[in-house]
Structures are given as structure tokens and as C-alpha cells.
Design a binder for this molecule. Structure first.
Ligand code: ADP
Ligand code: TZD
Length: 591
């Protein structure tokens, strides 16, 4: 322990001590116990923003050898923590001040819960007595009550001797079962509370088996395998829960041994290489309505999969079910039947479920009929050829596709690089054009389609993996977290940001509908020079107008590993309103 861990207690006034009968008692305090509790559980990185009452906590964390990554806005620190949780299976920690800092972190906490990422938002709070009587403390707010509806769990610690329990409960809640966001409220008065160091150390808990395996029942495994065996047109959908589970080899074995075509959801791309012959991404709109048995692995039938019904699935009307029969592998026993009937729910952790299925399947599973796989291959070939044609075009100004053709090559040449992606068209085109070759390399807007994850994700991806990070950003999307370019420069992170700049939200050519002088609410300053933001902080800024310039700039960024922002000018009329989700925006202007 270092000098902060223990300090001699002030000399006691009792006679015994004066006679030197025992060594002076050593004390610890709330600050130190929080640090020791986190470190004891292998948590060594904090994403946050200092201020009252956690400034000293951040200082002492750093002094105690923790990595403290300090942001310019708590929301970005929170997003960083949430994705660190996804990448590591350990709760990512976001540390904020009270009321406004806490509220800034809350969006990220809700995002973590929604996406099933383990995260702990630790916020300092003001004096309970004053808060509860609403007497007007500095940044007074009942944070615990506000956090509860968006957190998987929320705890408050009032006494130093309870810090160990509080941290242990927060860790367990974040990573066990379906992971999620946890709120831990630490009032200002807790931090300086002193207690005997030995008793303090004894009060800490090293969490044993924080995310216990959940072994599926054999009859559930058999039911799932039997349903798969009965299929003529089976399909597997891999979701980000499958990516999170880190059961990569078994998932690949299951897909390959069954020969079943699969679709990766966006953050499951690369779980098997996107170029895998069984990957049906390029025939998505064909396989969804045609499939007869669909196995979901760590993917929910939420809006991203049209709730499992309607035209996407071959249903007669927008609300009617298709003919699919479903297997759903998920850790949450409540997930099944949330939209359509799940005939074979398989509840357990994905590693255990997939291993059990492999055992049940044995070495000889009859491969799907060749008229099914053949029809998919045919569709794929047609769509891939069409895409290749589009990518080969070289329009001026650049299109989304001609710019992303370059990104695709660069990512292919750097398969370990992390790809961060947000925007509308910038998201949809990147998802379909840029192949991922390895698991957990693509991180994006997730379940809510949230803008603003960009720079927080970049920071965490670089910090957690040490790999090159490439961010493909819409110009609107980038604006939500753009100030963190300073953070990226401050920590010298190998992040290359490519802004697909079309001067606005979705596109940049819209006019004021009322004919007034104000610009349309959807457009930004024309030809904005975003690259100068990176230059302002000592990074590299590049303004590019052609695929060749973009390629050179990306190659140089990766070679140098310097923070780089490439402002890639694309056609301002190139985007579609809401990207590919116009169906959710019934009044969207059709262009
Ligand atoms: P996507 O957006 O990629 O379709 P979702 O976020 O909708 O994925 O679904 C992820 C699902 O994975 C959630 O229902 C969650 O309960 C589940 N999940 C997360 N981790 C695990 C795990 N280790 N084992 C099993 N299921 C998991
Ligand atoms: N606010 C938040 C937090 N999330 C959102 N998803 C939105 C607003 C609405 N929104 C989208 O769904 S995409 C988008 C917004 C504002 C930006 C699209 O513009 P872009 O990308 O420049 O980022 P493209 O490539 O021009 O479409």
C-alpha cells in the first residue's frame, strides 16, 4: 500500500497508547476504500470528469496507479465506459460530479442498460440531510431516485464500512445475467470518513464469479436442435449479445457445422468474417421473408429486426407474422415472446448454450437443402456485383460509396483496427460496404441509433485495445462529441476520424421551408473545416475531395498513429432522409 492507503491516526488520548503498549492504529478513509474496492476487483481504468465532490477521488485514483481518462463532457465519458464494458466484460466506470454531471452521464447509463453493456456510473452527490429536506445544497438532487428507472440497479453508500459491499453489489449487478448500467451514489460526506485501516481492508469484497455461467436445460437444448433439424430454410441471426459473450470459436463451429446461412447484426459483424461463404448479409431482404426457422443468438426482435413481423418477414400486412418458427438463445428468460411466438427459447449464457447445442448436434448435422443455400448465393452474387459497380464509380464530388470504398480497403488491410461508426447514411452505407474480419471490431450507435457515441467510443476503444481506431462519422453525428478531439490529442490516441461531410443532417441541400433567411434546421455551415479542430489541439487535420486523397490521408494516419481528422467532402445531395429507416419517419420527404 502506498502513502495514501494508510495514515497514522492522531495520537489517542488514552493512557494505554501513551505507554506504547501497541503500535498506533492506522486509518483509511472513504476515498481510499473506493479505490481499493475497485482495484481489488480488477478495475484499473476510469472515464470521467472531475469537480466537487470527486476531484480528490480522481487525483487519488491516478496516484494509486489507476488510469483516469478525463473528458470534456460526462456523456462522452459515459459512452466510453459503456463500450469498455462491452469490449472487456468488466463494468466500465464513469465518474461524475453531482446533479449536472450526473445528469450528463445519465444518457450513457440508459444507453448501457438498453444495449446490455455492463457499466457503473459513480457520481458524487450532496449532503443527504439537506437534499432530503430540500434545503438547497450545492448541486442538490435526489440522484438515486432519478437513476433508478434507467439503470439495471442503483445503490447508495452512506458509510465507509459499506463501500466494499456497495462496489461488489454494483459490479455483480452490472455483469451478471443480462448486463446493464448500474448507478452508484457516493455522497460527498462519505469520502473523508475515516476508519481503522485493517477493518476497512477486511470490509472489502473481491467478487467471486461475478457473471456465473447459466447452463441451459437439456430439454430446451433438444427442442432448439430439433426445430433446426426440421428446417428447410434455416437462418441464424447473430446479435451483439453473441459478440459480447466472447464464445467466438464455438459460435463459428456451430455456424459451420450446421452449414446454416447467418446474418450478423451490425455489432456482430466480424464474429465470423463478413466474407464467409455462409454470410447472408448481401441477401438480407431475401433471407428474412423466405426463412422457415430462424435462430436468434444474442439478438432481440426489436425495431432493428422489424419486431419479427410485417413485410420484412414476409407477413401479409405490416403487423402480421411471417411463417418463421423461432429459436432464441438469450440470457434473459423474459425476452422470448416479446414480439412473436418463440417456439424454442434457449435460456442461458451464449457460451454454455452454444456449447450444449454443439454437443447435441454431434458431428453430422444434415446441411440445409442446396436449393436454399444456392438461392442465397445467387442473390448475394448479384448484389455484390451491383455494389462493386457502384464502388468503382468515381463521381465528383465524392459519394458516400466512393469514399467508403476507400475505407473498406483500409479496414481490410488493418483487420485488427477498431471501427467506430455513427450517422444515418454514414452508418447505413458503412455497415453494408465495410467488411469486418474479426469479432468486436465494429462498435456503433446500438439499439437506440444514438448520435454522440463517436468520440467517447474512440477513446475507450483505443485505451482498451491499444489498436488503431478508425471512426466513420456523419458531420451531424460528429458534432455531438467533437470536443473530445482535444481528449484524443491530450492522450495521444491512435484515432483516425473520417467525417463524411455533406453539410447537414442526412444531406445538406435543404432550404428553409418558409422561405425566410434562417437556414433549414437540417443544414450546417457550408464547407465547414472540421479538420481544423484537430489541428487546434496538435493533431493532424486533412481536407480531402477525392478517394485518392482520402486513401493517402488514412494510410498516413495509420502509419503515424497520430490523432487525425479527415474532412471528406461528399455530395451534399447524396443522402436519404433518416438513412434506411425512412419507414419510421412516415412524413419523411421523398427525394
Ligand atoms: P442486436 O442489436 O445486435 O440485435 P440486442 O442488443 O438486441 O442485439 O440483443 C442482445 C441480446 O443478447 C440481449 O437480449 C441480451 O439479453 C443478450 N445477451 C447479452 N449477453 C449475453 C450472454 N452472455 N449470453 C446470452 N445472452 C446475452
Ligand atoms: N439525437 C440523438 C441523440 N440521436 C439521434 N439518432 C438523433 C438525434 C436523430 N438523428 C438520427 O437518427 S441520424 C442524425 C440525427 C440527428 C444525423 C444524421 O446526419 P449525419 O449523417 O450527418 O450524422 P448522414 O450521413 O449525413 O446521414
Amino acid at each position: 500500500m502506498n502513502d495514501h492507503a494508510v495514515k497514522p491516526a492522531p495520537a489517542p488520548a488514552t493512557g494505554a497508547a501513551h505507554h506504547g503498549a501497541s503500535a498506533p492504529a492506522q486509518e483509511t478513509d472513504g476515498f481510499q476504500l473506493v479505490i481499493d474496492a475497485l482495484k481489488l476487483n480488477g478495475i484499473d481504468t476510469i472515464y470521467g470528469l472531475p469537480g466537487i465532490p470527486i476531484t480528490d477521488l480522481a487525483r487519488r485514483m491516478q496516484k494509486n496507479g489507476m488510469r483516469v481518462i478525463s473528458f470534456r463532457h460526462e456523456q462522452n465519458a459515459g459512452y466510453a465506459a459503456s463500450i469498455a464494458g462491452f469490449l472487456t466484460q468488466k463494468p466500465g466506470i464513469c465518474l461524475t460530479v453531482s446533479a449536472p454531471g450526473f445528469l450528463n452521464g445519465l444518457t450513457a447509463l440508459a444507453h448501457a442498460t438498453t444495449n446490455c453493456f455492463p457499466m457503473i456510473l459513480i457520481s458524487g452527490s450532496s449532503e443527504r440531510e439537506v437534499v432530503d429536506l430540500q434545503q438547497g445544497d450545492y448541486e442538490e438532487m435526489d440522484q438515486l431516485a432519478i437513476a433508478k428507472p434507467v439503470a439495471k440497479a442503483a445503490f447508495r453508500v452512506l458509510h465507509a464500512e459499506d463501500i466494499g459491499v456497495g462496489v461488489a453489489r454494483a459490479i455483480r449487478a452490472a455483469v451478471s445475467g443480462r448486463p446493464g448500467g448500474v448507478y452508484l451514489d457516493l455522497p460527498a460526506k462519505l469520502f473523508p470518513q475515516a476508519m481503522d485501516a485493517a477493518a476497512g481492508a477486511a470490509s472489502l469484497i473481491k467478487v467471486v464469479d461475478a457473471a456465473p455461467k447459466q447452463i441451459p436445460a437439456h430439454d430446451a437444448v433438444k427442442r432448439a436442435v430439433d426445430l433446426l433439424r426440421s428446417a428447410k430454410k434455416p437462418l441464424i441471426i447473430l446479435g451483439k449479445g453473441a459478440a459480447y459473450a466472447q464464445a467466438d470459436a464455438d459460435i463459428r463451429a456451430l455456424v459451420e457445422r450446421t452449414g446454416i446461412p447467418y446474418l450478423p447484426m451490425s455489432m456482430a459483424k466480424g464474429l465470423l468474417p463478413d466474407t464467409h461463404e455462409q454470410c447472408a448479409s448481401a441477401a438480407r431482404s431475401f433471407v428474412l421473408p423466405e426463412a422457415d426457422v430462424v435462430m436468434l443468438v444474442g439478438a432481440r426482435l426489436n425495431w432493428l429486426l422489424s419486431q419479427g413481423k410485417g413485410k420484412t418477414w414476409g407477413g401479409a400486412t405490416a403487423k402480421s407474422w411471417g411463417r418463421q418458427r423461432f429459436v432464441q438463445v438469450d440470457i434473459s428468460p423474459q425476452e422470448a415472446d416479446s414480439n412473436v411466438r418463440i417456439e424454442a427459447p434457449l435460456v442461458g449464457d451464449i457460451g454454455s448454450c452454444v456449447a450444449a447445442m454443439l454437443k447435441e448436434i454431434g458431428p453430422d448435422f444434415a446441411k440445409p437443402p442446396s436449393d436454399w443455400t444456392g438461392a442465397i448465393a445467387e442473390r448475394k452474387a448479384k448484389n455484390v456485383a451491383k455494389m462493386a459497380e457502384t464502388l468503382a464509380k468515381n463521381p465528383s464530388p465524392m459519394s458516400f460509396q466512393s469514399a467508403l470504398g476507400v475505407v473498406r480497403d483500409i479496414v481490410k488491410a488493418n483487420p485488427d483496427a477498431m471501427l467506430v461508426n455513427e450517422g444515418a447514411n454514414a452508418l447505413d452505407f458503412t455497415r453494408s460496404i465495410v467488411d469486418m474480419m474479426k469479432p468486436r471490431r465494429r462498435i456503433d450507435v446500438g439499439t437506440w441509433g444514438i448520435m454522440g457515441i463517436g468520440m467517447g467510443y474512440c477513446v475507450a476503444a483505443a485505451v482498451v485495445t491499444g489498436q488503431q481506431v478508425i471512426a466513420v462519422e456523419g458531420d451531424s453525428a460528429f458534432g455531438f462529441s467533437g470536443m473530445e478531439t482535444e481528449t484524443i490529442c491530450r492522450y495521444g490516441l491512435p484515432v483516425c476520424i473520417v467525417i463524411l461531410n455533406n453539410n447537414g443532417v442526412y444531406r445538406g441541400d435543404e432550404k428553409n421551408a418558409g422561405g425566410g433567411a434562417d437556414p433549414s434546421p437540417l443544414v450546417f455551415v457550408k464547407d465547414a473545416r472540421y479538420e481544423k479542430m484537430m489541428e487546434a489541439f496538435g493533431g493532424v487535420g486533412v481536407h480531402v475531395k477525392t478517394p485518392d486523397e482520402l486513401r493517402r490521408a488514412m494510410e498516413e494516419a495509420i502509419r503515424s498513429r497520430r490523432p487525425t481528422l479527415i474532412n471528406a467532402v461528399i455530395d451534399e445531395g447524396g443522402g436519404t432522409e433518416s438513412g434506411r429507416i425512412t419507414r419510421l419517419n412516415p412524413t419523411a420527404k421523398k427525394k
